[in-house]
Design a binder for this molecule. Structure first.
Ligand code: HEM
Length: 429
């Protein structure tokens, strides 16, 4: 824990590079994104654009209706499957993709150009493949002179995934450019609704080099957001539901709180800050099932010393947050699932308390915390308030995980919903 503090505080600037592996370079359009870029002016500008144009309070507020629509669509879909087996990760992933793509190119969804459904159901499999390829050991990363031969075929496989997502983004962007040129005559600039794709296309025309973007950077940023937001959030929805189904006492308390705060009504985003017990359950799940167990590695731009050891320039440095979250020096009975530990003292996700770092810490901390936190709470509150859940008798229930860039549940959680709210009208919007 003390060493993480040294890396992310005292040496935060020196340690801010990524030195990304070849597979990550390929999928990030040659590190033209945020996550795989080294710490440089490009990275700073892109983070600023993400923070001010997508994740600002004002923008998150103005996109509220997208989230509401998609979460209600989720409730309606689950309602249509009452009494049947549901794969929780699958439905959470689809909802998260729909929310994020609405924010990114929502105006295309309303029919003024392209159709966002282009992203399709196959996207989940592509994303899983991308995550696996980024985390898989590649001999070319260790012996750079071998990269041309691509002995394990990893780059070729990643190129194939990139071709698929690139085709999606080309369609969205070119469709928007054409729609804009058709509209230019009839509509004043200020009358046009702006989503993130539009904001980025406007920056393309910008003369100021600090915020000007080309099409490659636009695509890299879009892919970064879709990849960073969807897999993490849906994985966490699955883990929280797993722990709740494994602890009936926790389920009872969560649902009692939901009834007290919301009554027999539909969950609204305004209810979320009042759900303190659900918040503690989510934080405890983050502790026990940290989705990014080693965060994303860092890399010093000059030799430095950490804990008395010399770390040469360019060394790959991992921070084992998984171990910190389970260290008995930091947590009493760390293997027990006890949400009440997060009801004592004030805990947040901003990486200032080095015992709890699910989103990282320092200058490379996840910039998506406000959206990730909101979506997790909203999806979970809606699933748990609208439905009672049980486990199918013919499926084995277990809690083991599968290590990766994002730690998934090894076997998908399958659960059966039943109606919880007496008024059927609350499920059909
Ligand atoms: C439950 C949801 C999420 C979790 C658990 C999560 C976790 C993380 C973690 C652990 C990192 C690495 C931090 C480090 O290196 O110290 C990260 C980076 C990142 N996340 Fe998230 N994230 C989530 C949601 C989101 C969302 C919703 C977005 C965007 C809309 C996002 C965008 C990013 C980006 C762009 C980076 C790279 C930052 C950089 O390298 O400077 N994340 N995330």
């Amino acid at each position: 824990m003390d060493l993480v503090k040294v890396v992310t505080r005292d040496l935060d600037q020196t340690m801010a590079n990524r030195c990304s592996p070849l597979a990550a370079q390929t999928i990030s359009y040659d590190s033209n994104d945020i996550a795989w870029s080294n710490s440089n002016t490009h990275w700073r500008n892109m983070r600023k654009i993400l923070a001010t144009q997508v994740l600002s309070n004002t923008n998150l507020k103005s996109c509220q209706s997208f989230r509401t629509d998609e979460v209600r669509r989720l409730v309606k879909e689950v309602y249509s499957k009452l009494g049947t087996k549901i794969n929780i990760n699958e439905i959470a992933f689809k909802t998260e993709v729909d929310v994020v793509t609405s924010m990114l190119w929502g105006c295309s969804k309303s029919g003024d150009g392209n159709d966002s459904s282009i992203i399709g159901d196959g996207f989940r499999e592509v994303e899983i493949k991308i995550m696996k390829l980024v985390a898989a050991p590649n001999i070319s990363d260790f012996f750079p002179m071998l990269w041309r031969f691509d002995l394990q075929g990893r780059q070729r496989e990643m190129q194939r995934q990139l071709a698929y997502v690139d085709w999606i983004f080309e369609n969205i962007i070119q469709g928007r450019i054409e729609a804009n040129s058709r509209k230019n005559d009839g509509e004043a600039e200020e009358d046009r609704r702006k989503d993130f794709v539009q904001v980025l296309l406007d920056l393309k025309e910008e003369k100021d080099a600090a915020i000007s973007l080309d099409i490659i950077k636009i695509k890299a940023l879009l892919l970064d957001i879709v990849l960073a937001a969807t897999h993490t959030t849906s994985t966490m929805v699955e883990w929280v539901m797993t722990e709740i189904l494994n602890n009936p006492g926790v389920m009872r308390k969560v649902q009692d709180e939901l009834t007290e705060v919301i009554g027999m009504n539909v969950v609204q985003e305004s209810h979320l800050p009042k759900l303190t017990y659900l918040d503690a359950v989510i934080k405890e799940t983050f502790r026990v099932h940290t989705p990014g167990p080693l965060l994303v590695h860092r890399c010093p731009d000059e030799s430095c010393t950490v804990g008395g050891y010399t770390i040469p320039k360019g060394t790959i440095v991992y921070m084992n947050v998984w171990a910190i979250h389970r260290d008995p020096k930091n947590w009493t009975n760390p293997l027990e699932f006890k949400p009440q530990r997060f009801l004592i003292d004030k805990w947040d996700y901003h990486g200032n308390n080095f015992k709890f770092l699910p989103f990282g810490s320092g200058r490379r901390i996840c910039p998506g915390i406000p959206l990730g936190e909101k979506m997790l709470m909203y999806i979970l509150a809606s699933l748990l308030h609208s439905f009672d859940w049980s486990l199918p008798e013919d499926e084995e229930f277990e809690l083991s995980d599968e290590f990766g860039l994002v730690t998934k549940k090894r076997k998908p959680l399958i659960a059966i919903p039943s109606q919880r709210l007496s008024d059927a009208g609350l499920y059909i919007f």
